[in-house]
Design a protein around this ligand. Structure first.
Ligand SMILES: Nc1ncnc2c1ncn2[C@@H]1O[C@H](COP(=O)(O)OP(=O)(O)OP(=O)(O)O)[C@@H](O)[C@H]1O
Length: 583
């Protein structure tokens, strides 16, 4: 995702912003308003000059005072409106980018989430977009009006008095020589700060989401050290930025003071000798501020802009990643046989995980997958869910490759109950109804919960179906979570069921409840089940033995027990039937 951009490039940044189609009318208004603001500020010194000269001559013209007041009012009002409108544009553009990012991230394939820490991805949406907003709202127009102010002031100054202007402009090359390399350095540092911040957030996210593991394995010390290291790095980068700022800011102030001293000294002499009016000197000094202030802001604009370049790179890196393909055939009957045809797959080139796997789950039948840990059983499920694509071969439903079907439609026909039964923060009802697009009646939810043997325990909870389950369902027991997951699958009324039997040891009562729930659910559906229990394998229509990504045996429990060596071993260990006769 990371690229290093050394050159100063506008293009990607502008592309990112213009893609959000910021409202042209408002942009034009902002530009006009800031022009009014800048023009007013350019007029002020001229009016002041007239006023001072008139006062020096002993008189005051009220019309000039009135004009000055009006110009001030125009400047203030235009400034206020342009600030608000500009912030509006910034917020609007960033909202658009955030929407686009979130939408894109949600549709990225699982392989992306395998490779990237969620905390890092999170900081793309929050921090990187914020950096871009800061440039638009705080710097972009300041930069434009600053440039206008500098050019306007220089022109007027040359007309007013070219000698004084020459003195003033003499310091510009010196300043540029110092500020440019420092700006480049600032860019590198701030880029590293952003990377460090993303890594830091990623680390915090990892610890916070697995805090139970951290505590039960006394991981606090190691995590404290890692966290402190991240804090220290951020601190050091902060200091590096400060060091650069510490050179730039006082340098600019000193330059300002030096120029001011020279101007006042040299100008004062010329006023005394009658070569310059007092009004002109005052005007020159005001113009000097109107050059120096935007000039010093230019440095911070370039720094902010370079930070935004880094953010743009990372956002573009995310947005250009290919998404899952959602479109596909709609009108497919899902009640055909589910079959794998010579499917091979590897997560990365180094190791083949599925090797020419072929099998069929006939419609409405149950096939159980057994095999040692790591043999690829869960991977088979992930392939059916289309989390990953086969490298070779195809997976078909009723003869049609599942890759050709509309992705949402396909997934809506699958009920996946995984081993860890994921439950999200929210109420029990929200969890049961999760992902359903249609309105669900209370009765439907209750019926699903009843089938999942969850209704009774839910009613015993304080808030019943409105009970908050805590983050990842921590307030529920393992068996309760499983039954919620089953109720969720039942409510979808899927054609295909993927069940990863939990290996966790539930007490026999909960286990019985879960088993009954599973049995209820399997009726009339095409089911593929990763079996860890004897009862499941006995009831399956067919068993598949998966070994190192290959199907090495097919048949019923007794057939396999008779002729499959590994199955006999597995049956003894994994299915816990040691000493129990099954024939
Ligand atoms: N996201 C992933 N990225 C890379 N390798 C993976 C990924 N998921 C699984 N693997 C690897 O693929 C192999 C098969 O894993 P899989 O989870 O399919 O096995 P399993 O048979 O379900 O095991 P278990 O019974 O222990 O759950 C393992 O060697 C594992 O290390």
């Amino acid at each position: 995702m990371e690229q290093t951009r050394e050159k100063f490039e506008w293009k990607p940044f502008l592309q990112l912003i213009t893609a959000e189609k910021p409202p042209i009318l408002i942009i034009t208004s902002v530009l006009i308003l800031s022009l009014i603001e800048t023009a007013s500020s350019l007029v002020v010194p001229l009016l002041t000059k007239r006023l001072v000269d008139l006062m020096a001559g002993g008189g005051v013209q009220t019309s000039i005072v009135a004009l000055l007041v009006m110009v001030f009012i125009a400047q203030t009002v235009a400034g206020g409106f342009s600030f608000y409108l500009l912030t509006y544009i910034g917020e609007k553009v960033v909202a658009g980018i955030r929407r686009k990012l979130w939408n894109h991230i949600l549709q990225l394939p699982i392989s992306f989430f395998d490779a990237n820490q969620s905390g890092e991805t999170l900081s793309r949406i929050t921090q990187d977009t914020n950096t871009i907003k800061t440039v638009i709202t705080n710097h972009l127009v300041t930069f434009i009006s600053g440039v206008i102010s500098i050019i306007g002031s220089v022109i007027i100054l040359v007309i007013l008095d070219w000698k004084m202007t020459a003195i003033m402009l003499g310091v510009v090359p010196v300043s540029v020589l110092i500020i440019l390399p420092l700006g480049r350095k600032m860019y590198k540092v701030s880029r590293k700060t952003q990377d460090e911040m993303a890594e830091f957030s990623g680390n915090l996210g990892r610890v916070l989401s697995e805090i139970r593991l951290v505590k039960s394995y006394n991981g606090e010390d190691a995590e404290r050290k890692k966290g402190f290291y991240g804090v220290q790095q951020l601190f050091l980068y902060g200091l590096k930025e400060a060091k650069i700022q510490a050179v730039i800011s006082p340098f600019m102030t000193t330059i300002l003071m030096v120029v001011l001293v020279i101007l006042i000294g040299y100008g004062g002499v010329r006023v005394a000798s009658g070569q310059l009016t007092a009004g002109t000197l005052v005007a020159i000094i005001i113009y000097m501020f109107q050059i120096v202030v935007p000039f010093s802001q230019l440095a911070s604009f370039f720094t902010a802009f370079q930070k935004a370049m880094g953010a743009t790179d990372r956002i573009q890196g995310l947005i250009t990643l290919p998404m899952e393909k959602y479109e596909g055939k709609q009108d497919t009957l899902m009640n055909g046989d589910l079959s794998f045809r010579d499917v091979s797959f590897s997560y990365n080139e180094s190791k083949l995980i599925l090797d020419r796997v072929s099998f069929t789950v006939p419609s409405n039948k149950t096939v159980a997958l057994v095999g040692p840990s790591g043999s690829g059983k869960t991977t088979v499920f992930s392939m059916i869910e289309r989390f990953y694509k086969p490298d070779k071969g195809s997976i078909n439903i009723g003869g049609i490759p599942i890759g050709e079907l509309d992705l949402s439609l396909w997934r809506s026909h699958i009920g996946y109950v995984s081993q860890d039964s994921p439950v999200m923060t929210g109420t029990i009802k929200e969890n049961i109804c999760y992902g359903l697009q249609r309105k669900v009646s209370e009765e439907e939810v209750h019926a699903a919960a009843k089938m999942a043997n969850a209704h009774d325990f839910i009613l015993a909870l304080e808030d019943k179906y409105a009970t908050q389950v805590g983050e990842r369902g921590v307030k529920l027991s393992g068996g309760q979570r499983q039954r919620i997951a089953i109720a969720r699958a039942i409510l979808r009324n899927p054609k295909i069921l993927l069940l990863d039997e939990a290996t966790s040891n539930l007490d026999s009562e909960s286990e019985l409840l879960v088993q009954h729930a599973v049995k209820n659910m399997m009726k009339g559906r095409t089911t593929l089940i990763i079996a860890h229990r004897l009862s499941t394998v006995l009831e399956a229509d067919e068993l598949l033995v998966l070994e190192d990504g290959r199907v090495t045996g097919k048949g019923t429990h007794s057939e396999l027990l008779e002729r499959h060596e590994l199955y006999q071993k597995l049956a003894k260990q994994q299915l816990k039937i040691n000493g129990v006769s099954t024939r």
